[in-house]
Design a protein around this ligand. Structure first.
Ligand code: 9MR
Length: 403
């Protein structure tokens, strides 16, 4: 995370310091004011170009609209036949797209936010739950025979944002912080899993345990208080709370090889050696600043499968602007999405492919800065008019061939 702040802070600092240099040299009537003004002008120019390139909305030809539309309404059927889950994240139960696309197209849904710890609490108060928004999403799915992925129980990445703010104070002031933290975690996991027992059969127990800044585990309140055993303990608590649920660790990877990936596999191997009840690995697969190397992705999936664990792609999206240089960006995006899905579909250990939103009209990129200014995002399988993009037919074909 630190590095993302640096991307904003460093240019702001440079700009401000050059500006101060210009002003001071003018006041002191130094000759260096010309150099300072030149550098300042160059910085402004670079920023203006950057702003123009990244923040001016662009439009890409939607050539796929000239194709005969693929037969819609069948993705979920074929997924059901193959025992595979094609899923979508759902932000609100009353989003009309939910009823239009589920259960016909998606046979799995993930509440995008409403099953997260803070979102389940009234006034961010630990232990004071209001399940109504999550229940509304879950109940509709269950009524339609659609599986629900639970997202997520323990997530420490952004202090006070992914877990209740109160937790920081409670642990800071506790006589015995590890005991206090364990008891709060157990209570949360128990309450939530018991509430959804029989309706949510699979959970992201621990979300994003890796750091975004370096080759280490994310230094969050759970790690700082309990060491890496917070991960093992979360899984044990989850198994105890609902023995029938499948338990996943869920992570976002920018690359599928490298030191951070090795650290992740060390973690998995350690969990397995310790007989921790973990069933699978969720690969988020957000394509944010770049696309991923698909050969490396395939090998990554195989490597997880070789450990005897299940895999799911849990949060796929790919911003259309990543394909802006291609002759036909929407088709290139679809080819990439379908290829990504196919790698998962072809591996028997990979049991589901979830896109992080029902359609291009419901993507987190459109409300989270800076992406909300870098339009269009259009990162999903259905466009804003719910027309399936070309990836749709390709994913259906790949499903038909799943062993
Ligand atoms: O899409 C979610 C967005 O609406 C929320 O504001 C954000 C913070 O809770 O979380 C987004 O979903 C994230 C998911 O929970 C974990 N992986 C990364 C997702 C995208 O940021």
């Amino acid at each position: 995370m630190l590095k993302y702040y640096l991307y904003a802070i460093v240019p702001a600092f440079l700009l401000l310091s050059t500006f101060i240099w210009v002003v001071v040299s003018l006041i002191r009537r130094c000759k260096s004011w010309r150099i300072a003004a030149g550098i300042f002008a160059a910085e402004i120019l670079i920023l203006a170009i950057g702003y123009f390139v990244y923040f001016t909305p662009v439009e890409y030809a939607r050539n796929y609209l000239d194709d005969p539309p693929p037969d819609p309404g069948s993705l979920a059927d074929i997924a059901n036949e193959k025992g595979f889950y094609i899923g979508a994240a759902v932000n609100m139960a009353d989003n009309p797209e939910y009823r239009k696309l589920v259960p016909s197209e998606f046979n799995s849904v993930t509440p995008e936010n409403y099953a997260k710890w803070r979102q389940l609490l009234v006034n961010d108060e630990i232990g004071n739950y209001d399940f109504s928004k999550a229940d509304a999403i879950v109940d509709y799915a269950v009524e339609k025979g659609v599986r629900v992925r639970g997202h997520t129980l323990i997530w420490g990445k952004f202090s006070g944002r992914t877990y209740p703010k109160e937790l920081d104070d409670r642990i800071a002031n506790a006589k015995d912080p590890p005991t206090e933290l364990r008891s709060i975690m157990r209570e949360h996991i128990q309450t939530v899993m018991t509430h959804f027992q029989g309706r949510i059969p699979i959970w992201d127990v621990v979300n994003e345990p890796l750091s975004m800044d370096g080759v280490y585990l994310d230094k969050n309140i759970f790690l700082n208080t309990l060491g890496r055993s917070y991960i093992a303990e979360s899984f044990r608590m989850a198994r105890e709370a609902d023995p029938s649920a499948q338990l996943f660790i869920n992570e976002q990877f920018g690359n599928y090889t490298g030191e951070l990936v090795e650290l992740f596999f060390d973690l998995l191997e350690w969990l397995l050696e310790e007989n921790v009840p973990i069933d699978g690995v969720g690969i988020q697969a957000h394509n944010i600043f770049k696309t991923h190397n698909l050969d490396e992705f395939r090998q990554f999936v195989e490597r997880v499968a070789d450990l005897g664990l299940l895999v799911e792609v849990t949060e796929f999206d790919a911003r259309i602007r990543l394909f802006g240089e291609e002759p036909d960006p929407y088709r290139a995006q679809s080819d990439y999405m379908a290829e990504y899905a196919r790698i998962c579909i072809e591996n028997p250990a990979c049991i589901g492919f979830t896109v992080w939103g029902l359609s291009d009209a419901s993507t987190w990129f459109d409300w989270v800065p800076p992406f909300n200014r870098m339009l269009p995002n259009d990162p999903l399988l259905f466009d804003v008019n719910l027309r399936p993009k070309p990836a749709y037919a390709k994913i259906r074909d790949a499903l038909a061939r799943r062993p």
